[in-house]
Write a protein that binds this ligand. Structure first.
Ligand code: ATP
Length: 854
C-alpha cells in the first residue's frame, strides 16, 4: 500500500537583516491552515500543503499537529523520517533541535520526539520489551562523520536484505531515558561544523541525521518489530552572493548545493512519472534517505521559509520543492520478524500450497503437451487457476507423436536483442504473436542475484571509502606540500631580493671598509703625532700647574704679607700719630745729656744754664700733643659709637622690612588661596552651566572643554607661582636672617670692642694725668733745684751734698718716669693694635651688609 509524503510549511519571523534591507512580509496564511498566499514582486498566488504554519507558531503547536503521529507509526514497526528543508537561516535547526533543548517552549522536534517515544514506552503493554538506540551523523563535504565518534569521518553506506540501507561502522548508543538521549544530542551537537555567514551567525555547514532505532519484542509470542526514525536537519541552500561565502565556506556551500541538487533530482525522478531510474547513489544524502524517499518509510518533510520580500526568490524555490515532494509515494511496511509458531504455521501453509501448486502445474503441463503435439484443446477445457482452486478441472487426453514433433520444430532459439514471436497453431487457423524487445527490457534480477549484487556493491563501497580516505589524506598532504612549496617559492623570491640587497650592501660595505682602512691608517699617523703633542702639552700643563701652585702660594703669602704690611703700616702711622714719647725722648735725651754735663763738668752756675725752662716747655708741648691724640682717639671712639648706632638703626630697619615682607607674603598667600578656591569652583560651575545649556552643540562642548582645560592650566600655574613665591620668600628671608645674625654678632663684637676702647681711653687718660702730674712734679723739682742753686752762698761741701742729692733725686725720678713711659707705651701699642683690628673689621662689615641688602 502506498502512502504520500506529508509536507508542512513553516515560516519564521523576519530577521534583523531582512528588516534592515527594507524587507516586508509577503505571505498570508489561510485560515484553514493549509494554504499560503504569496504577494511578491515575482509571484502572486497560492501554495497548499498538508499544513502551513505562520511566523509565530510555537514549537509545541508544530510538533502536535505534524510530527507527533509519526512516533506511533515507528512504534508499530514502520520506518519514519522527518526532515527539514529550506534556504540557509530559514529555521531548520530551530525547528529540528530548537534554540535550547532544555527549554520547554523552545525545544524542537527531536527532543520532543524523544520524550514522546519514552512516554509511549511507559504506556505500552507490559508484554512488550523495548530497546532504544541512537546514533548521530553529519554529511560534511560528501563524507559521513560520526558525531558521537568524530574520528570516524568517512564512513561507507551499505545495503543488505535484512537492514536495508545503513551506515557501516556507526556508533550506536543504547539509551534508557530522555535524559540520556539529550546527553547524546549535546555530545553530537558540540562536534557539528558550523560557521558564520551573512545570513546566519551559526550556519550548519553539513546535513545532520539523528537516528533513533526502536526494537520491541512481544514476550508472549517472541515476535520482534523494529522501527527506525531518521530526523534530518539539512544544510541550507544558499546563494553565495547573498551569504558572502568565500574560501572554505564557499567550498562547503558548493558541496551543500550539489547534494541538495541530487535530492531534487531524486524527487523529480520519483514524481515525473517517466523516469525508470532514481539516482539515489548520486549523493550520500540521497543514498541514506533512499528508504525515506519513495521507499519503506512514513515521511514528513518540513519546509522552512522566510516571510520576507527580501528572500522572495528563495521562498518560491522552497515552496516549489515542497510541492514536488508532496507527490512522492512511499511504500511503508512493518518491519516484523515472525515468532517460531508463526513461522511453523506459515511453513505448513506453504507446504500445502506447494502440493496443490504441483497438481496445478501437472494439469498445465498436460494442456501444454496437447498443444505441442498439435492437438486442439477446447476452451471449456483450458486449465485455469480459478478452476483449479475450485477443484473443477477435468483430466485432458494424452497427445499423439506427430503433434509433439511439430510443436518442438516451431520453437526458436531466443537470443538477446532479437524479437521473439510466439505463434500457436490454433485449430481455427488464426495466430496470436507477442513481441518482446530484449534490448529494452532486461529480465529483473532474482533475489540471489540482487543479494550478490548488493554484496559486491558493499565491497566496492568499502573500497571506495578506503580509497576516498586515502585520497583525502593524499589531497591534504598534497595541499600541505603545495602550500609549503608556495611558501618556499615566496621565501626564495624574498631571499633572492634580500640577497640582491645584501650584495649591494656588501659592496657598499667593502667600499666603506677600504675608506675606513685608509682613514684608520691616516688616523694612526695623526694619533702618533697627537700623542707626542699630548705628551708635550702634559709636560706644559704640569709646568703651568707647578707655576700656578707657586703663584697661589705666593699670592697667599702676598695676601698675608699684604695684610701684615697694612697692619704694620697702620700701626706705625697710628703709633707715629699717637707717640708723644718720640719727641719727649729726643728732649729727654737732651735733658739727660745736659744733666750729665751739668753734673760732671759744670759748677752750679752752669747747671742753671743747662736746665733751661725751654726744655720743660717742650715736654709740656708734647704732653699737649698726646692730649690731642687722646682727643682724636676720643673722637674716633665717638665716630665708632655713631657707627654702632647706625648699625643698630639699620638692624631695626631690616627687622621692620622683614616684618613687612612677612606681611606681604601672608597677603599674597591669602590672595593665592582665594584665587585657587575660585579657580577650582569656576570649572565646576561652568561645566554645570554648559550641561544645562547647549548640550547638543558640539562647538559649545569644545569651548567648554577648552575652558576647563584653561582653568586646569590656571590652577597648575597658581600652584607653580605659589611654589616659586615660597622659594623666593624663603631664600630672601634666609638671606635677611643671615644678614641680621651677622649684624648682631658684628654689633656685639663692636660693643665689646667699644667697651674695651672706653676702658683703654680711661687708662690712657689716667696715664696722661699721671704723666702730667709727674711732669709737674719734675717741674717743681727743677724750680726748687734752681732756687737752691741760686743760694750759692752755701759752703762748698754743702753745695756738693745738695748737688749729689738733686742728682740722685732726678735720676730716681727719671728712672720712675722711664718705667712709667715704657708701661704706657706698651699699653698704647696694645690699644692701637686693637683699634687697627677694629678698623679693619669695620671695613669688612659694611661690605657684607651691602651684599645682603642687594
Ligand atoms: N520560528 C522561529 N521563531 C523564532 N526564531 C527563529 C525561528 N526560526 C528560526 N529562528 C531564528 O533564526 C535564526 C536562524 O535559524 P536556524 O539556525 O534554525 O536556520 P537554519 O535554516 O538552520 O540555517 P542554516 O541552514 O544556515 O543552518 C536563529 O537565530 C533562530 O533562532
Amino acid at each position: 500500500m502506498s502512502n504520500s509524503i506529508t509536507v508542512v510549511l513553516r515560516f519564521r519571523p523576519q530577521n534583523k537583516r531582512e528588516i534592515a534591507e527594507g524587507g516586508v512580509p509577503i505571505i498570508d496564511v489561510d485560515s484553514n491552515g493549509e494554504t499560503v498566499h504569496i504577494d511578491g514582486k515575482e509571484f502572486k498566488g497560492s501554495f497548499s500543503f498538508d499544513r502551513v504554519f505562520g511566523s509565530n507558531t510555537p514549537q509545541k503547536v508544530l510538533f502536535d499537529h505534524s510530527v507527533k503521529g509519526i512516533v506511533n507509526e515507528v512504534l508499530k514497526g514502520y520506518n519514519g523520517t522527518v526532515f527539514a528543508y529550506g534556504q540557509t537561516g530559514s529555521g531548520k535547526t530551530y525547528t529540528m533541535m530548537g534554540s535550547n533543548i532544555d527549554d520547554e517552549a523552545n525545544k524542537g522536534v527531536i527532543p520532543r520526539i524523544s520524550e514522546q517515544i519514552f512516554d509511549s514506552i511507559v504506556e505500552a503493554p507490559s508484554n512488550l520489551e523495548f530497546t532504544v538506540k541512537v546514533s548521530y551523523i553529519e554529511i560534511y563535504m560528501e563524507k559521513i562523520r560520526d558525531l558521537l565518534n568524530p574520528t570516524n569521518d568517512n564512513l561507507p553506506v551499505h545495503e543488505d536484505k535484512q537492514r536495508g540501507v545503513y551506515v557501516k561502522g556507526l556508533l550506536e548508543v543504547y539509551v534508557a531515558s530522555v535524559g540520556e538521549v539529550f546527553e547524546v544530542m549535546r555530545r553530537g551537537q558540540s562536534a557539528r561544523i558550523v560557521a558564520y555567514t551573512a545570513m546566519n551567525a551559526e550556519s550548519s555547514r553539513s546535513h545532520s541525521i539523528f537516528v533513533i532505532t526502536i526494537n520491541q519484542k512481544d514476550l508472549t509470542n517472541g515476535s520482534n518489530r523494529s522501527g527506525r526514525l531518521y530526523l534530518v536537519d539539512l544544510a541550507g541552500s544558499e546563494k553565495v552572493g547573498k551569504t558572502g561565502a568565500s574560501g572554505q565556506t564557499l567550498e562547503e556551500a558548493k558541496m551543500i548545493n550539489k547534494s541538495l541538487t541530487a535530492l531534487g533530482m531524486v524527487i523529480n525522478a520519483l514524481t515525473d512519472g517517466k523516469s525508470k531510474h532514481v539516482p539515489y547513489r548520486d549523493s550520500k544524502l540521497t543514498r541514506i534517505l533512499q528508504e525515506s524517499l519513495g521507499g519503506n518509510s512514513r515521511t514528513t518533510l518540513i519546509i522552512n521559509s522566510s516571510p520576507s520580500s527580501f528572500n522572495e526568490a528563495e521562498t518560491l524555490s522552497t515552496l516549489r520543492f515542497g510541492m514536488r515532494a508532496k507527490s512522492i509515494k512511499n511504500k511503508a511496511k512493518i518491519n516484523a520478524e515472525l515468532s517460531a509458531n508463526e513461522l511453523k504455521a506459515l511453513l505448513k501453509k506453504s507446504e500445502l500450497q506447494i502440493v496443490s501448486f504441483k497438481d496445478y502445474i501437472v494439469a498445465l503441463e498436460g494442456e501444454v503437451s496437447l498443444w505441442r503435439a498439435g492437438s486442439a484443446v477446447p476452451p471449456e477445457r483450458f486449465v485455469t487457476f480459478d478452476k483449479f482452486s475450485k477443484g473443477e478441472l477435468q483430466p485432458l487426453p494424452a497427445p499423439n507423436g506427430a503433434e509433439a514433433a511439430a510443436m518442438s520444430a516451431a520453437t526458436e532459439i531466443v537470443r538477446p536483442g532479437s524479437t521473439v514471436s510466439l505463434a500457436s497453431a490454433a485449430t481455427n487457423g488464426s495466430s496470436a504473436s507477442v513481441k518482446v524487445d530484449l534490448r529494452t527490457s532486461s529480465p529483473p534480477l532474482d533475489n540471489d542475484e540482487k543479494e550478490e549484487f548488493l554484496k559486491r556493491e558493499n565491497e566496492l563501497m568499502d573500497d571506495l571509502t578506503k580509497k576516498e580516505s586515502e585520497l583525502e589524506k593524499e589531497r591534504s598532504f598534497t595541499k600541505t606540500l603545495t602550500d609549503e612549496l608556495e611558501l618556499l617559492k615566496k621565501r626564495e623570491g624574498e631571499i633572492f631580493d634580500e640577497n640582491k640587497e645584501l650584495t649591494a650592501t656588501l659592496h657598499d660595505l667593502k667600499m666603506q671598509l677600504e675608506k675606513i682602512t685608509f682613514a684608520s691608517a691616516e688616523t694612526e699617523i695623526n694619533m702618533e703625532a697627537l700623542k707626542e703633542k699630548n705628551l708635550e702639552l702634559s709636560a706644559e700643563i704640569d709646568a703651568l700647574r707647578a707655576q700656578l701652585d707657586e703663584m697661589e702660594k705666593s699670592k697667599k703669602y702676598s695676601d698675608e704679607e699684604d695684610k701684615e704690611k697694612r697692619r704694620a703700616e697702620k700701626m706705625a702711622q697710628m703709633m707715629a700719630e699717637l707717640d708723644p714719647t718720640s719727641a719727649i725722648s729726643e728732649k729727654e735725651k737732651a735733658v739727660r745729656q745736659s744733666l750729665q754735663n751739668l753734673l760732671q763738668e759744670l759748677p752750679t752756675a752752669q747747671l742753671d744754664a743747662a736746665l733751661e725752662s725751654q726744655d720743660l716747655d717742650v715736654v709740656t708741648r708734647e704732653l699737649a700733643n698726646a692730649k690731642k691724640q687722646l682727643e682724636a682717639l676720643t673722637a674716633q671712639l665717638k665716630n665708632m659709637t655713631l657707627d654702632n648706632e647706625m648699625l643698630t638703626k639699620k638692624r631695626a630697619e631690616l627687622e621692620s622690612r622683614l616684618t613687612t615682607l612677612e606681611l606681604e607674603y601672608e597677603d599674597l598667600l591669602g590672595k593665592f588661596i582665594h584665587e585657587s578656591a575660585s579657580a577650582a569652583s569656576r570649572p565646576a560651575a561652568s561645566a554645570t552651566a554648559a550641561n544645562g545649556a547647549a548640550a547638543t552643540s558640539p562647538e559649545n562642548k569644545t569651548i567648554q572643554e577648552e575652558e576647563q582645560r584653561l582653568h586646569g592650566d590656571g590652577a597648575e600655574h597658581l600652584v607653580d607661582l605659589k611654589e616659586r613665591l615660597e622659594q623666593q620668600y624663603s631664600s630672601k628671608r634666609d638671606a635677611y636672617v643671615a644678614e641680621i645674625e651677622q649684624l648682631k654678632t658684628g654689633l656685639l663684637k663692636k660693643n665689646e670692642e667699644l667697651a674695651e676702647l672706653a676702658a683703654s681711653k680711661e687708662a690712657l687718660e689716667a696715664a696722661n694725668e699721671a704723666l702730667t702730674s709727674s711732669l709737674n712734679a719734675a717741674k717743681r723739682e727743677a724750680s726748687a733745684a734752681l732756687g737752691k742753686l741760686a743760694a750759692l752762698d752755701k759752703p762748698e761741701s754743702e753745695k756738693d751734698k745738695d748737688l749729689e742729692r738733686i742728682k740722685k733725686t732726678m735720676s730716681a725720678q727719671l728712672q720712675e718716669f722711664d718705667a712709667m713711659k715704657k708701661a704706657l707705651m706698651k699699653d698704647l701699642q696694645n690699644r692701637c693694635e686693637k683699634v687697627v683690628e677694629l678698623e679693619l673689621s669695620l671695613g669688612e662689615i659694611p661690605h657684607v651688609g651691602a651684599k645682603a641688602a642687594r
